[in-house]
Design a protein around this ligand. Structure first.
Ligand SMILES: Nc1ncnc2c1ncn2[C@@H]1O[C@H](COP(=O)(O)OP(=O)(O)OP(=O)(O)O)[C@@H](O)[C@H]1O
Ligand SMILES: [Mg+2]
Length: 255
């Protein structure tokens, strides 16, 4: 299963990625977490102290695989050995940090783009693990080739109105690139009435998969720079995870 997590900045993408990863490990799955946010903080959230160098910083590896800078760039460079070499094990999950593509204009055929695209295709279409990708506040990483590998795109919303606007844009983009299933998750919910309001504001085609309550310990530890503590939310996340599996296995598409 391949899951991508997205939503407005600060809505809780990294938190949900880590919590879902933990729920999946508890359920016996082999889990691979990918930090695809240019402003990477998955490792910190997991309490990994050493800095994980972003994959896209390994320019010589990328140059060697893609045929080098300046020359003709290979469009399908070999990447199948990359995830095992450039990931780190934590809490029984493999973690990999992608980094940022610096480019002049999107869609350029620079070596980094070609490498990243092949890697995402490999991770989403060929890896055996349950892969969860912590994306930026958009789905720029997903193109037509990779979107079909995503079994579910989770869009987070919270009570900040802008999160709903961002969600609307993401849903639109997801349709354009051909993601088959888009599901919403509400985060930082403080009351039943908030949850009801969020449900009503969601685009009609996007079901609410579940929600996470507001957990003060989470916010506090993050502000103080501590890794994410064992959260009270784990039960809610387990419910989200099992609903997610049901949705995916039901085979229904909504995008
Ligand atoms: N359910 C929750 N209850 C309380 N605080 C939460 C909850 N979910 C996330 N937070 C807090 O909200 C902040 C943002 O969360 P997180 O870093 O997961 O968001 P993000 O969407 O990944 O942000 P970014 O766009 O910066 O990557 C953090 O301080 C986190 O601890
Ligand atoms: Mg994040």
């Amino acid at each position: 299963m391949k899951i991508a997590v997205t939503g407005k900045g600060g809505v809780g993408k990294t938190t949900l990625t880590v919590l879902l990863g933990r729920a999946a490990v508890a359920g016996g799955y082999a889990v691979f977490l990918i930090d695809a946010d240019p402003d990477a903080n998955l490792a910190t959230t997991l309490g990994i102290e050493e800095k994980i160098p972003p994959l896209l910083g390994f320019r010589d590896v990328i140059a060697e695989r893609t045929g080098g800078e300046g020359g003709l760039v290979k469009l399908n460079p070999r990447v199948d050995d990359i995830p095992d070499h450039y990931s780190l094990l934590k809490e029984g999950m493999r973690i990999m940090v992608l980094g940022t593509v610096r480019q002049g204009g999107s869609g350029c055929a620079c070596p980094q783009n070609s490498f990243l695209r092949s890697l995402l295709i490999h991770l989403l279409l060929e890896r055996e693990e349950l892969v969860i990708v912590d994306m930026e506040a958009g789905i720029e990483h997903l193109g037509r080739g990779t979107a079909q590998g995503v079994d579910a795109l989770l869009v987070l919303v919270d009570t900040d109105r802008r999160s709903m606007e961002t969600a609307g844009r993401i849903v639109q983009l997801a349709r354009e690139v051909g993601v088959s299933r888009v599901l919403a998750v509400a985060n930082k919910v403080r009351s039943a009435s908030q949850l009801e309001r969020l449900k009503k504001e969601l685009p009609a085609s996007v079901p609410l998969l579940g929600y996470l309550g507001f957990d003060e310990n989470l916010e506090l530890s993050d502000k103080q720079g501590f890794p994410q503590p064992e959260s009270n939310l784990i039960q809610q996340v387990k419910e989200i995870f099992s609903s997610l599996i049901k949705e995916i296995h039901s085979g229904g598409r909504n995008a």
